[in-house]
Ligand binder design. Structure first.
Ligand code: SF4
Ligand code: MG
Length: 323
C-alpha cells in the first residue's frame, strides 16, 4: 500500500552532561503506510516517544528527513508548517495532565481547529458536538470541565481534540497506559474504529505488548534509539527475529512455549545512551553475542518480505514448532 510518511536518517541529539551529546534517535529509516496502525515498542528510555515527537516535529530532528504529503517536514517553515501541522496530531498518555482544567471541554476540543484552520466559532461548535458524539461522550459533555469525567472519558476528550483538525496521521503515546484494564479495551476499540472509518494512519507507542498486539497491523521495536526489528503483527508475535524482541516477548504470558533460546529472560540495564557499546548496541545484554557483535554494528536488513531485523544472527523464525 501507499506510503504516507517516510523517515530517512532521522536523528535527534540532546545536550548531555559536560557539554556532551546524547543520541536519543540514531538514524531511523521508517515507512508508515496510509491507513495502517504501526505499534512502536521498547523499554522506557529507548527513544519511542522521541521518534513519535520528531515525526510530528514537536522535537526538532538534528539530521535526516521526513517525507509527508510531498514535502520534507523537517524543512517546512511558517504558514506551510502550520498548515501541515493540522494533519499531524498526538494523543497523550495522561488525559488529565494534557487537558486544561479551567476550560470547558468544548473549548479544549475546538482549540486545534481554531488554531490550525481559522474556523469560525459557529463552525467549531458544530464540529465539536459531532466529535464528542463520535467518541461516545455526547455533545452535552462540551459544557463541562475535565475533572467531571473519569480517566477513560478524559482519554476520549483527548482523542476528540486530536481529531479536531482532521489529521491524517496520529501519534498515540502510551494512550491507554494510565487507564484501568477494563477501560483500555474500550478506548483501543474506539481508536481502531476511528482509524478504519476516518482513514487515519496511526503510530501507536506502548511499552505494553498485549495492547500493541490488540491494535497494531505491524510492529517496530526500538532499542537505544535504533529500530531493531520491523514485522507484521502476526509474524512478530509468532516468532520474533531479534534476540531483544524475543526477550521482550518472553515477558508476555500469552506467548506459546518456544525453544529455550527464545525464552531467555532479559537481564541487565539499558546502557547509558551517552556511552553506547561498540558494535551491536544490544551486545551487553544479548545471550547470543559472538565476536562479530562487538566489532560490527549490524544494519537493519530485510530477512523476509516485510520483515527487517538488525542482528548478525537473527533468531530462526521459520523452523518454529507450529504448536
Ligand atoms: Fe545479539 Fe549479536 Fe544479534 Fe546483537 S548482533 S542482537 S549481540 S546476536
Ligand atoms: Mg515515553
Amino acid at each position: 500500500s501507499e506510503v504516507l510518511l517516510s523517515a530517512r536518517g532521522l536523528r535527534v541529539d540532546y545536550p548531555g552532561r559536560a557539554g556532551g551529546r546524547v543520541r536519543a534517535l540514531r538514524d531511523v529509516d521508517l515507512d508508515i503506510a496510509q491507513g495502517e496502525t504501526l505499534g512502536l515498542v521498547g523499554e522506557s528510555g529507548c527513544g519511542k516517544s522521541t521518534l513519535g515527537r520528531a515525526l510530528l516535529r514537536v522535537v526538532e530532528p538534528s539530521a535526516g528527513r521526513i517525507d509527508f504529503l510531498g514535502a520534507d517536514l523537517t524543512r517546512l517553515r511558517g504558514r506551510r508548517l502550520k498548515r501541515t501541522r493540522a494533519e499531524l496530531q498526538m494523543v497523550f498518555q495522561d488525559p488529565f495532565g494534557s487537558l486544561n482544567p479551567r476550560r470547558k471541554v468544548a473549548e479544549i476540543v475546538a482549540e486545534p481547529m481554531l488554531r490550525a484552520r481559522g474556523a469560525s466559532r459557529a463552525e467549531a461548535e458544530r464540529a465539536v458536538a459531532g466529535l464528542l458524539d463520535l467518541v461516545g461522550l455526547g455533545a452535552e459533555a462540551g459544557g463541562r470541565k475535565p475533572h467531571e469525567f473519569s480517566g477513560g472519558q478524559r482519554q476520549r476528550i483527548g482523542i476528540a481534540r486530536a481529531l479536531a483538525s482532521s489529521p491524517r496521521f496520529v501519534v498515540a503515546d502510551e494512550a491507554v497506559s494510565a487507564l484501568d484494564v477494563s477501560i483500555q479495551a474500550q478506548v483501543l476499540n474506539l481508536l481502531s474504529e476511528l482509524v478504519r472509518d476516518r482513514g487515519l494512519t496511526m503510530l501507536f507507542i506502548s511499552h505494553d505488548l498485549g495492547v500493541v498486539r490488540h491494535i497494531a497491523d505491524r510492529v517496530a521495536v526500538m532499542y537505544l534509539g535504533e529500530i531493531i526489528e520491523i514485522a507484521s503483527r502476526d509474524a512478530f508475535f509468532t516468532g520474533p527475529a531479534h534476540p531483544y524482541s524475543g526477550a521482550l516477548l518472553a515477558g508476555v504470558p500469552v506467548l506459546r512455549p518456544g525453544p529455550p533460546r527464545e525464552r531467555q529472560l532479559l537481564e541487565g540495564e539499558l546502557p547509558d545512551p551517552a556511552n553506547p557499546p561498540a558494535g551491536c548496541l544490544f551486545r551487553t545484554r544479548c545471550p547470543f553475542a559472538t565476536d562479530i557483535c562487538g566489532t560490527r554494528h549490524p544494519e537493519l536488513r530485510e530477512i523476509a518480505p516485510g520483515r527487517s531485523v538488525r542482528c548478525h544472527l537473527p533468531l530462526d523464525t521459520a523452523s518454529e514448532d507450529p504448536h
